[in-house]
Design a binder for this molecule. Structure first.
Ligand code: ADP
Ligand code: ZN
Length: 778
């Protein structure tokens, strides 16, 4: 709690620091109310966050109905938090009066008699303790102070030793051998030498400080930047000559450049099929913008999964680009942030949170794979980096380009209604055909080969043929683990998570059953916990099982797996993908991680196991997500000289998302899906807010939910409220969950009504998740 309130006070400092020196960024912002904390101190003479980022964060707070503190926190670089802690000390009078006091007051005084202490350690989180402490201060028995800890920036500095004028002349023999050695080294290094380097040569800190005492050398601290570039993104081979753009690319670039030339805020959706060469367009556009001296921001879903795009930017812009990826340490990220803030770096490539990077005079924002779910932050502030990017471009008067082979329903709708300019790449580069897709109806397969079959005959044949040609294959199953459940044949019980309403997944290598939501795990039981019978059976299958099946079928093949279980460690995914790229792996099995924008020219076959995995979910985006995943993964095949092939196994060969994905027909999918969304009143035909209320029991959660819903329905409301209902994930991490939706066309009205109602029930509000424009409603 203490941390939070001080973070807020740091924020109010921040805000007041901004408004002291500039005009308030948002004139409509209400006057500070009584619950804004006092400014404790000012850290910087220049506002830490630039105006435009504060303005953007303010918009985020408003749009996503979260606190301004949370939004500002999302925009801050790591290590920028300053905390203050209350410290207490006993006074003379306190000592004198100690024995006449009783209860809590006496306890506090007795503890302080041993020496000053942090207030939190004295009172814990109890209200009574806090009040007692304040009362003691009033009575002058204790003093309270609030020293500040940390600093708003955290550059790394190193200790450097350098020679002094006196040292240059020194040739005395009274020095020790090490000291003389140090002096000789420093004489030949006018810029000084880091003490750490001297230590490696056996010159200790003590020797140095005695030299310093003699006035022969000086010791100082020097600020250094942690340069993360070397180990960041694997550097691609330099390209010998610039590519000749295809006709499609040429037209698209012309359209995008002319948009930019119009000046001011412009937005475009670049819809280009997989392998149509979108990256090249991003690069050329970025180069044009750089020539004008303006800044460029490129957002990607996950850098480790798409190193090619980041690498291409590195190759073109050299050290003028900052690449923000999850492998960076906080310190590296911090230094990068300051290089961007100071204007040294004008091109930034990064994931979701990079949308807040303080790039100066921004001219272009590109959001690659704009449909990707990882742009949405699934914790407060629940913002979508893509939508924040559009708002940022609007505020900055810049061009924003959203790129995808499978645009989100929202973005394509915006393109059709003219809010975004639609730019299309219809064909793959060099007229390479899209993969030929074969659908395998698994019902027929089960009838022929029994219910245990996992790999269809067609897929096994295709894998065999590609292996024989020494080509590579990707096999997708969007479900990790070995088996999806443990089932008792005697009493029909399944092994469930004690904290969540979810069955446990079997992980064979780890010999454990694990919950994919809260990470609870247990050893695999031998008998049923319910009936004690020994008839436990593992049902369903995940990537671990597929890997095992493929390896058993092709013992000579080099098979590897990419999912969250195999790439826990930093850098593991990049290493695996690099090995695959280098041809050291024949078949790569994995979850949606392998479906993203990779470009592996030697992959000629893509297999999809259970294409319908996601369709069973009670989520309005289920079909959209399935279409995107299948289209994207099929798009990994045939990106080189040889035509690609995809084999898609499913129980629902007639489902429209699977049919259209197999034909790579985006428009047909969109037209069918938009009818469903309109009929069911789901986004993008309406705006949606998903509200989840957590409670100790389901009944309590439902009751609270019911109260909020009733308050929202006053008769004339310009929106519809649906619910309350038990959430599809009715229990998660030990909490029960009830849910309702607000649907409407006027977002501000929906948001304001909800906030007003929640304000009257602060106790419920604390247990409420408000998700504006949810990615998933589970
Ligand atoms: P997308 O992101 O649209 O799926 P990429 O940008 O990954 O496609 O491009 C696919 C491949 O085509 C890459 O290997 C890229 O180097 C290559 N490429 C792009 N443009 C051209 C071009 N004009 N001529 C030849 N190859 C190209
Ligand atoms: Zn769980």
């Amino acid at each position: 709690m203490i941390l939070v309130s001080y973070q807020l006070s740091a924020v109010s400092c921040q805000l007041s620091a901004v408004s002291c020196q500039h005009r308030a960024p948002n004139a409509e912002r209400p006057a500070p109310s009584a619950d804004i904390k006092e400014v404790i101190d000012l850290f910087d003479s220049v506002p830490f966050l630039p105006d435009d980022i504060v303005r953007l964060a303010t918009w985020v707070a408003e749009y996503y109905a979260c606190g301004i503190g949370e939004a500002i926190a999302a925009a801050m670089p790591p290590r920028a938090w300053v905390e203050s802690e209350r410290h207490a000390a006993i006074t003379e009078q306190g000592h004198a009066r100690m024995l006449t006091e009783r209860g809590l007051r006496r306890e506090v005084l007795e503890r302080l008699a041993d020496g000053p202490a942090r207030a939190a350690s004295l009172t814990g989180s109890s209200r009574g303790g806090h009040a007692a402490l304040l009362a003691l201060e009033r009575d002058a028995l204790v003093t309270l102070t609030k020293p500040l800890k940390g600093s708003a920036s955290a550059f790394r500095s190193v200790r450097v030793a350098s020679i002094t004028a006196q040292g240059l002349e020194e040739s005395s023999v009274r020095l020790g051998e090490r000291q003389r050695e140090a002096l000789e080294l420093l004489k030949s290094a006018p810029d000084g030498i880091e003490t750490a380097q001297l230590a490696e040569r056996g010159i200790s800190a003590q020797s140095l400080s005695s030299l310093a005492r003699l006035g022969l050398i000086g010791l100082s601290r020097r600020r250094i930047d942690r340069d993360p570039f070397e180990q960041a993104v694997t550097m691609p081979e330099p390209r010998p000559e610039p590519l000749q753009l295809t006709a499609d690319q040429h037209h698209a670039l012309r359209d995008l450049s002319s948009l930019r030339a119009r000046g001011g805020f412009q937005s475009a959706l670049l819809h280009g099929v997989t392998g149509s060469g979108k990256t090249e367009l991003y690069l050329r556009l970025a180069a044009q913008v750089r020539e004008e001296g303006k800044g460029v921001l490129l957002l990607v879903p996950e850098i480790a999964l798409t190193p090619a795009v980041a690498g291409a930017f590195r190759r073109t812009f050299g050290s003028g680009v900052a690449i923000q990826h999850s492998g960076l340490s906080d310190g590296e990220r911090h230094d990068q942030w300051h290089r961007i803030r100071s204007g040294d770096v004008k091109v930034v490539v990064g994931t979701r949170s990079a949308v807040f990077a303080p790039v100066q005079s921004l001219g272009l924002i590109i959001v690659d794979e704009e449909h990707d779910g990882s742009y949405k932050q699934e914790e407060s502030p629940r913002y979508n980096g893509r939508d924040v990017a559009v708002m940022r471009a609007r505020q900055a008067g810049a061009l924003v380009v959203l790129g995808s082979a499978t645009p989100s329903m929202e973005s394509y709708q915006n393109a059709l209604t003219g809010r975004y300019t639609l730019v299309t790449l219809h064909k793959r580069v060099l007229d390479r055909p899209l993969a030929a897709v074969q659908i395998v109806d698994m019902r027929a397969e089960y009838a022929a080969a029994g219910p245990d079959v996992v790999l269809s005959a067609a897929l096994v044949e295709a894998l065999r043929a590609r292996l024989a040609e020494r080509e590579q294959a990707i096999v997708l199953l969007n479900r990790r683990g070995f088996a999806t459940a443990v089932f008792c044949r005697q009493c029909a019980a399944t092994l469930e998570c004690p904290n969540c309403s979810i069955t446990l997944t079997v992980h064979r290598a780890a010999k454990r059953a694990r919950c994919h939501y809260c990470n609870y795990s247990m050893g695999l039981p031998k008998v049923c916990a319910n009936c004690a019978g020994p008839y436990l059976e593992q049902i369903g299958f995940g990537t671990e099982r597929i890997e095992a099946e493929i390896q058993a079928t092709f013992p000579e093949a080099r098979v590897a797996r990419v999912d969250r279980d195999t790439v826990r460690k930093r850098g593991a995914i990049a290493a695996l993908l690099a090995r695959f790229g280098a041809g050291e792996i024949d078949i790569l099995v994995g979850t949606q991680m392998i479906a993203k924008g990779h470009d592996f020219p030697r992959v000629t076959l893509v297999g999809v196991i259970s294409a319908d995995v996601g369709l069973g979910l009670a989520d309005f985006r289920a079909a959209e997500r399935t279409f995107q995943l299948l289209t994207q993964v099929a798009g990994r095949a045939g990106r080189g000289e040889i035509q690609g092939q995809a084999v898609v196994q499913t129980l629902y060969p007639d489902h429209y998302s699977i049919r259209h994905a197999c034909r790579q027909d985006y428009r047909a999918f969109f037209d069918e899906e938009i009818r469903f969304r309109q009929a069911m009143r789901y986004p993008p035909s309406v705006a949606l807010v998903n509200v989840v209320i957590k409670g100790r029991t389901l009944q309590a959660a439902m009751q609270d939910c019911g109260e909020i819903v009733r308050a929202l329905r006053w008769g004339g409301e310009p929106y519809r409220v649906l619910g309350p209902a038990t959430a599809p994930l009715s229990r998660l991490k030990g909490e029960h969950r009830a849910q309702f939706f607000i649907k409407g066309t006027h977002r501000p009205a929906m948001r304001e009504a909800l906030q007003k109602v929640l304000e009257t029930r602060p106790e419920i509000r604390r247990r409420t998740i408000v998700d504006v424009d949810p990615m998933s409603v589970l």
